[in-house]
Design a protein around this ligand. Structure first.
Ligand SMILES: Nc1nc2c(ncn2[C@@H]2O[C@H](COP(=O)(O)OP(=O)(O)OP(=O)(O)O)[C@@H](O)[C@H]2O)c(=O)[nH]1
Ligand SMILES: [Mg+2]
Length: 247
């Protein structure tokens, strides 16, 4: 284990078909971190799987069970709060589908650990020459649109708000940002970045991933994409209200 206590939160909702325990063990080893599996009210056997993983590999895995499905944002928030309350100084989140390779997530953790000035390191899916970013055109362009509007909402340029691989440093800003539930279910990454900035955090860095691939079995369909759009409007309104000094 690294000298810097580190936890990677993995939100899991009905992931019995995709949750790869050996790969997550590799991640824990490579990132010198504990992996906190947050079971988001699963009904498909994920609960048994995560419990067994934590029992068999208690030196690397923990499990947090939410009583009912709360959505990815709340699962991540609860997991990150539990991690920092348990002493983690570096805390990240990572999608259970392994769309980001474990070695890439471990690299993001290393980048944050190596530079005390950094508060957040975000994986970014940029299709650069020599990188393998395998994403359908539809998802790519929807993602570009979402990120462009998000950048306007946040008032700073972010290339990829939605990548499910991000790492943060504990501090007053992070604790403030995680204190209350996000108002949006799908745009919570944007809301988290906005809250951190409002709490005075700086030191954000996007790191282009060298590999990323779309993994089948996503539960995010067209309806969710539409809700994410409405969520952004909500986040934008909440940020304006904050600037005007109203709750
Ligand atoms: N969709 C969904 N995911 C959840 C929920 N709660 C936790 N998760 C976790 O969030 C992560 C992302 O889920 P995916 O279905 O891959 O969705 P995504 O990566 O945002 O979208 P894709 O780009 O379509 O893969 C996984 O680790 C899920 O298990 C929930 O209520 N709904
Ligand atoms: Mg995914």
């Amino acid at each position: 284990m690294s000298a810097v206590p580190t936890t990677i939160v993995v939100p899991c909702f009905d992931e019995v078909g995709r949750l790869d325990v050996p790969a997550l063990l590799d991640l824990a080893t490579a990132a010198e971190a504990r992996v906190l599996l947050v079971d988001d009210g699963s009904t498909d056997g994920t609960t048994d799987l995560t419990r067994r993983a934590a029992r068999d590999h208690g030196d690397q895995f923990d499990v947090l069970l939410l009583d009912r499905n709360r959505g990815k944002g709340e699962a991540v928030r609860q997991g990150m709060r539990a991690a920092v309350a348990g002493g983690a100084v570096v805390v990240g989140y990572y999608d259970a589908d392994l769309a980001t390779p474990t070695a890439e997530m471990a690299r993001l953790v290393e980048v944050l650990r190596a530079d005390p000035e950094l508060t957040a390191v975000l994986g970014s899916r940029v299709a650069l020459l020599g990188h393998r970013i395998e994403r359908s055109y539809a998802r790519h362009y929807l993602g570009r649109l979402f990120a462009t509007v998000s950048s306007l909402v946040l008032g700073q340029a972010v290339y990829d708000t939605q990548c499910g691989a991000k790492v943060f440093r504990d501090g007053t800003a992070l604790r403030a940002a995680l204190a209350t539930p996000f108002t949006s279910r799908w745009a919570f990454d944007v809301e988290l970045l906005g809250r951190l900035a409002s709490a005075g955090a700086d030191g954000f860095l996007e790191v282009p991933l060298t590999q990323w691939r779309d993994v089948g079995g996503s539960k995010v369909g067209p309806r969710a994409a539409l809700s994410a759009g409405f969520d952004l409007v909500r986040v934008s309104r909440a940020r304006s209200a904050l600037r005007r000094g109203r709750p």
